[in-house]
Ligand binder design. Structure first.
Ligand SMILES: [Zn+2]
Ligand SMILES: [Zn+2]
Length: 236
């Protein structure tokens, strides 16, 4: 049971021809098939000339292939940069930048999805859900908020959803519309502030969406009590 480090053959631009130069002689290439540059198997420091390490071979099986072979940036014996150092460094930076861009795009996407749900809400669709389950949803989010120490907004969401459900001044469809808006707010409340919809979207939802609650005879009191709490939490 012996294991040894095979040798890597790399073109001067950093493309790996093979990570098993010795154990797989057929994979050797004098010139790169990607860019046609010539290939090397040694450190280019004339005083070093160390072999570039390839796969670890154990009993004829490569056990360290990794995620497709990637050429090292520097020689691990003398520390000299390989000829492809700058290309690799640039590629690494581009990779990191692309990942950042993708994360930013995903965040935008989830914001757009949340915006869509508000549009649907404001237009009053989605009336198939029953009132009780909508209240349960808001209350379960408000419980999460209490646990996170946000007692004020938790109380506001709970009190408003209960009052809307019990109101005799609102008809069923109005109740659903308001509860949908509270659901959106409660979902926004439980996510970190920097991931929430912009205030320019939340503000009209509170002022012109839920804000019309103040006109319902048996809700004007409860709305005027909790409106400042919502405004303080979401808009300040
Ligand atoms: Zn190449
Ligand atoms: Zn070296």
């Amino acid at each position: 049971m012996s294991s040894y480090h095979d040798v890597m053959q790399v073109c001067l631009n950093g493309h790996v021809s093979t990570a098993r130069y010795n154990s797989n002689p057929h994979s050797r290439k004098n010139y790169c098939i990607s860019c046609e540059e010539r290939t090397i198997t040694n450190c280019q420091n004339p005083e070093c000339r160390a072999l570039i390490p390839g796969d670890v071979i154990h009993s004829n099986i490569a056990i360290l292939g990794g995620f497709g072979p990637v050429a090292p940036k520097i020689c691990d014996v003398c520390g000299q940069k390989f000829p492809w150092y700058e290309q690799r460094k640039k590629a690494d930076e581009e990779y990191i930048a692309a990942n950042k861009r993708r994360a930013e795009e995903e965040k935008q996407q989830s914001r757009l999805a949340a915006l869509k749900s508000i549009e649907v809400t404001v237009q009053g669709h989605g009336n198939v859900i029953n009132l009780g389950s909508m209240v349960d949803n808001v209350i379960s989010n408000s419980q999460k908020l209490s646990k996170a120490g946000e007692e004020g907004v938790a109380e506001a969401l709970k009190a408003l959803s209960n009052a809307i459900e019990r109101s005799s001044a609102l008809v069923e469809n109005e109740k659903k519309k308001y509860l949908e808006q509270l659901t959106v707010l409660s979902e926004q409340a439980i996510i970190p502030e920097n991931e929430r919809l912009p205030k320019s979207v939340l503000q009209p939802l509170i002022s012109f969406g839920l804000g019309t609650l103040g006109a319902a005879s048996d809700l004007s009191q409860v709305w005027s009590t909790w409106e400042p709490v919502l405004t303080g939490f979401f808009l300040s």
